[in-house]
Ligand binder design. Structure first.
Ligand code: UT7
Length: 331
């Protein structure tokens, strides 16, 4: 059998229209544009405000755009993997709902939850299916309605997150392009610092859990920050070294967009120039599973076939990792 690799052959994305600015946030909680810009680096984030809409609606828009751009019909898709921590509902999977909305009928689909590393995990998983030779077209989506679990009276959390979705198409190739290597790790001990307290099987939803605000994101910012800075940089440097990539050989670092200071620390450890780093945190905030494909989508016009790219992320779990790929096409 030929040595098949998976290559990204298209990107789609979507963010909802409503823009929540730092100015508006500073009327809701005791904060300032200056504090948010210096400590996090976010200016604004997009929020899905239409009642009755959820992550599947954002994912649907991203996948619809992806299919249009790649000229691939829904019935050609073999598998759709959806990374999300804000599924439409506990079950069925948001992936199943996206497929239904898009008209994907000949595929299997499932959700994957790996916090902010969800897209990395899903991309790596999708690649493995392609590499078997049995699956020809796999969609990987990251979609989040983070606003559904953010407490807009908690100033330590509410400036950080935004809503959005991004999707990529994976297809097989025998060329020297595509996904080459991955490092994926997790440590569940980190869950104490970042989690949602209620709504799962340990603490099902009740009047008490709602009153205690236990359905919102619980985050201890500083330990998460410390872990993120060291772990994201560690794996990004390791994947560079074991693939013999020098800083000047790398076209782009695509880092998870959680905090500008975490992005800077990672880029510095990799000895990169800021020009090599995709940064759009200022306009979307942290969209969890959607940050990486939103970057790829924004930068798609600049990407060239064969470009060396490293994606890296850190998130709830804790989960973290890095993927090295060669870009598959010129726009
Ligand atoms: O994607 C993975 C998920 N999450 C992350 O990666 C988040 C990682 N953590 C972080 O990005 C940062 O820890 C935060 C942005 C969450 C917080 O920044 P920090 O520099 O670690 O601030 P801090 O928590 O140490 O708080 C410093 C001060 C505190 O006041 P005192 O106790 O020094 O008087 C906070 O109450 O800043 C205060 N503060 C704020 N002040 C103005 C916290 N939030 C705000 C705010 N506006 N929005």
């Amino acid at each position: 059998m030929q040595n098949l690799k998976a290559v990204i052959t298209g990107v789609g994305s979507y963010v909802p229209d409503y823009i929540l600015t730092n100015e508006e946030l500073s009327k809701m909680v005791d904060t300032t544009d200056e504090w948010i810009m210096t400590r996090i680096g976010i200016k604004e984030r997009h929020i899905l405000r239409e009642p009755g809409k959820g992550s599947s609606d954002l994912g649907f828009e991203a996948v619809k755009q992806l299919l249009q751009k790649t000229n691939i019909k829904p019935e050609e898709i073999d598998l759709l993997i959806c990374a999300t921590v804000t599924p439409d509902m506990q079950f069925p999977a948001t992936a199943n709902i996206i497929c239904d909305k898009v008209g994907i009928k000949n595929a299997f689909s499932y959700d994957l939850n790996a916090g902010c590393s969800g897209f990395l995990y899903a991309l790596a998983t999708g690649c493995k299916f392609i590499e078997t030779g049995k699956y020809k077209k796999v969609i990987v989506v990251g979609t989040e309605k983070m606003s559904s679990i953010v407490d807009y009276t908690d100033r330590a959390v509410c400036p950080i997150f935004g809503d959005g979705a991004g999707a990529v198409m994976l297809e097989p190739t025998t060329e020297n392009i595509g996904i080459i290597d991955e490092i994926l790790l997790s440590d569940g001990a980190g869950r104490v610092h970042l989690h949602q307290k209620a709504g799962g099987s340990v603490k099902p939803s009740s009047f008490e859990t709602v009153a205690a605000k236990e359905h919102f994101i619980y985050q201890e910012g500083q330990p998460v920050f410390k872990w993120a800075v060291s772990k994201m940089a560690d794996v990004s440097v390791e994947i560079m070294e074991r693939n013999n990539i020098k800083p000047e050989d790398l076209a782009w670092l695509v880092p998870h967009q959680a905090n500008m200071r975490i992005i800077d620390a990672t880029a510095n450890r990799m000895n990169l120039d800021k020009k090599q780093v995709m940064i759009n945190i200022q306009k979307y905030g942290n969209t969890t599973s959607a940050t990486l494909p939103l970057c790829l989508s924004d930068w798609e016009p600049l990407l060239k076939k064969g470009d060396n790219i490293i994606l890296s992320a850190f998130g709830a779990g804790f989960t973290w990792g890095a993927i090295y790929l060669k870009w598959g096409y010129n726009s």
